[in-house]
Design a protein around this ligand. Structure first.
Ligand code: ATR
Length: 286
């Protein structure tokens, strides 16, 4: 048990995450390792908060003196009315995954998209300018990623989704930032042959349904970059089979680590110990 009031009173850094479910979150082990690596006294606690209780959780965060929290499903949109400020990224995405508490003034950020782009650039494609990108899926995960990718000056972003209307609506929202279009899965093959980077944001291939791929791998051009947001398993069937046909592959662990790294940097003002954070997650996954 963590004595939260004691930590707050002693000036130790009090951090945590709210969500439902929360028991299997890797954020506590990752951020606890980060605090150790930085030599900062503090704690990062998982907090099970049910849907509809975001306001109470935010009130508690302030009362207990938390410096910051992460926000995960199902609260990423619901917390917004209870914050004092939103940074521009969170405002445009319409979802918050990180809150900073500055002496009772709460600011919401969204580090999912920028965390993903930092990971993609570090691990697979150093410069996204001029690249032809295809994003599979048009849900919450795709929103943050498409927005962050659009700021990197790609040649174009094509969003392909089972429900084409959702892909079109998402593309229409950020037409001012880049050439973004939404298509149906029937239109996908014609666009995929002219793609440099393919990114899966759907849950297809995630544990425990690991036998599926979100697109027939036979359609993927040889030698392109294939990226999957899923990090459990570390390598999805999409990535395994794409690698076999000569593609460069990029898994979702880096996104998870980097969204946490940005959050930690907002809370502490210090560069995040990214390698220690990544190792902690990998060790925890066994
Ligand atoms: P998240 O926040 O993880 O993105 P979400 O908002 O529920 O979750 O979105 C899930 C995305 O994965 C959607 O694009 C969904 O397609 P639909 O909009 O057609 O529902 C996609 N998806 C989920 N399961 C899928 C499946 N079996 N085949 C194809 N797409 C799937």
């Amino acid at each position: 048990m963590v004595n939260t009031e004691l930590l707050a009173a002693t000036g130790a850094l009090l951090l945590g995450v709210i969500g439902d479910p929360i028991a299997h979150s890797k954020s506590p082990v990752m951020h606890q390792a980060a605090l150790s690596a930085l030599g900062l006294p503090g704690a990062y606690v998982p907090m099970h908060v049910k849907r509809g209780r975001a306001e109470g959780a935010i009130t508690a965060i302030k009362a207990l003196g938390f410096r910051g929290i992460n926000v995960t499903i199902p609260h990423k949109v619901d917390v917004i009315p209870f914050l004092d400020h939103l940074d521009e990224t969170a405002l445009r995405i319409g979802a918050v995954n990180t809150i900073v508490n500055d002496h009772g003034i709460l600011t919401g950020y969204n580090t999912d998209g920028i965390g993903y782009v930092r990971s993609l650039k570090e691990e697979a494609v150093p410069d996204l300018q001029g690249k032809r990108i295809m994003v599979l899926g048009a849900g919450g995960a795709a929103r943050g990623i498409v927005y962050a990718l659009a700021l990197e000056k790609p040649d174009r972003i094509v969003i392909a989704n089972r429900t084409a209307d959702k892909a079109e609506a998402l593309a229409a929202e950020w037409k001012d930032l880049a050439d973004i279009r939404g298509i149906s899965m029937e239109e996908l093959p014609a666009y995929l042959i002219e793609t440099d980077i393919l990114i899966n944001t759907t849950s297809v291939g995630m544990h425990p349904l690991m036998a599926d791929t979100p697109v027939a791998v036979g359609l993927i051009p040889e030698g392109i970059v294939v990226s999957d947001l899923i990090y459990n398993p570390l390598q999805t069937k999409l990535l395994t089979e794409s690698k076999q046909k000569g593609c460069t592959i990029h898994g979702g662990l880096g996104m998870f680590v980097n969204q946490g790294a940005y959050a930690l940097e907002y809370w502490t003002g210090l560069p995040a110990p990214v390698a220690a954070m990544r190792n902690a997650v990998l060790n925890d996954m066994g």
